[in-house]
Design a protein around this ligand. Structure first.
Ligand SMILES: Cc1ncc(COP(=O)(O)O)c(C=O)c1O
Length: 391
């Protein structure tokens, strides 16, 4: 890979992402080969909506979960045939676009969405398949960007749904439930406990609401370790899902995977602009920070990073170029004689990277994006100076 990266450094002369889509394709093919016909895996587009990633998923028989009009358009332009839609903000206009695009199942997250979607479906003279999204009271300390046990805008509590009489929504076919409020779980036993509890609450709710629970969508949450090389085994996770499906006796279980699918196939490269010591602390100021890679600031967890050479190391705090202390990419061991102009390599940045960042603040350059597929390196996005996008 180092030769490819050296060429990209020369070509871009600016920070960039690089995705190994050969590795990614092998990974999703292995997932596909493992799958029982009643366990369905979707791709959560928000993890990385790069067109080539979406088209490869489609070519390999995966559908995509979209959460905005932009993601819907991106998936359609990548040729994705099978779509579902999650997300807390679905206006009537967006719901119409989802139905007109033939999205198979829409995950309904509020009573307003239920009413609006029924009206949209009626006006199109059709019936739409939906799942209701449940938000459970979660015992314990599980935390995630999706809230864990906190009250969030994702779905409704069973008690809130019970205020609805589903039979009044003649244009909706409620074929199951969606429940997902945890993230980055690295241990199959922990997943087992979370899913077991989630499923029992879903089954009780479905019985009370007279919902024929054909599909249970458990969302994402399969983890990727950023601090070591631990990895979840998909066959073990799959075995767990099959046993839960058989135990509770419903037809299908769905997942929408983001991080676990593309995360480890992404690499982000940026340059050291300055190295200094401030009140006894070693600091690196890099060309790219949360303007290209915001996740460390959002969840307080750094991506693994190395320099492009070895050598005796010392601890540095890495900061990006923005005038806010939030622009921090973690404390890392790097060569003690690191100089400005040297490149840093952040690993496992395939999910929640470029499109989760805050690129416009301070008008820095947008980073490039390139990928390797079938042995060929392709530039999907050239770095772009602010003169290209400032109005
Ligand atoms: C509804 C939904 N499904 C799936 C995912 C993907 O989660 P993960 O990256 O943990 O697989 C997310 C992430 O936020 C989500 O909001």
């Amino acid at each position: 890979m180092s030769e490819i990266i050296e060429k990209l450094i020369e070509e871009y002369d600016s920070s960039f992402y690089f995705y190994d889509l050969d590795g990614f394709e092998k990974h999703i093919q292995a997932i596909k080969e493992t799958l029982h016909p009643d366990i369905k895996v979707w791709y959560a587009c928000k993890a990385n909506p790069l067109k080539k990633i979406l088209s490869l998923l489609n070519d390999n028989g995966f559908g995509v979960d979209v959460a905005s009009l932009g993601e819907l358009e991106q998936a359609k332009s990548a040729g994705v045939k099978n779509l579902i839609a999650t997300g807390p903000a679905k206006s009537p206009k967006y719901l119409s676009a989802l139905m007109e695009s033939g999205v198979g199942t829409i995950i309904v997250e509020s009573r307003q969405q239920l009413r609006d979607l029924n009206d949209v479906a009626a006006s199109q003279g059709r019936k739409q398949d939906v799942l209701l999204r449940l938000q459970l009271d979660w015992e314990g300390s599980l935390k995630s960007v999706l809230g864990g046990s906190a009250i969030t805008p994702f779905g409704l509590h069973p008690q809130d749904w019970k205020e609805e009489n589903l039979s009044e929504y003649a244009n909706l076919n409620v074929k199951g439930l969606h429940c997902f409020q945890w993230g980055n779980i690295l241990d199959v036993n922990e997943l087992g406990k979370i899913w077991q509890e989630t499923i029992s609450q879903c089954v009780t709710f479905a019985r009370e609401m007279k919902i024929d629970l054909q599909v249970l969508d458990l969302g994402g949450g399969l983890g990727l370790s950023y601090s070591d090389d631990r990895e979840l085994s998909f066959p073990e996770v799959h075995e767990l899902l099959v046993s839960l499906k058989n135990k509770f006796g419903f037809k299908e279980i769905w997942l929408e995977l983001g991080r676990f699918s593309i995360g480890k196939f992404g690499h982000y490269f940026t340059r050291v602009v300055d190295v200094k010591s401030v009140r006894g602390k070693n600091l690196i100021v890099a060309e790219g920070g949360i303007n290209h890679l915001a996740r460390p600031a959002l969840v307080g967890e750094a991506f693994p990073v190395s320099a492009m050479r070895s050598g005796e190391t010392k601890k540095y705090s890495i900061h990006g170029p923005l005038c806010t202390a939030l622009d921090f990419l973690g404390d890392h061991d790097l060569p003690k004689d690191l100089k400005s102009g040297e490149w840093l390599h952040f690993k496992k940045t395939g999910a929640y990277g470029f499109t989760e960042s805050m690129p416009y603040f301070l008008c820095h350059e947008l980073c490039g994006e390139a990928y390797l597929h079938r042995g060929k390196v392709v530039s999907a996005r050239n770095p772009e100076q602010s003169t290209g996008w400032m109005k």
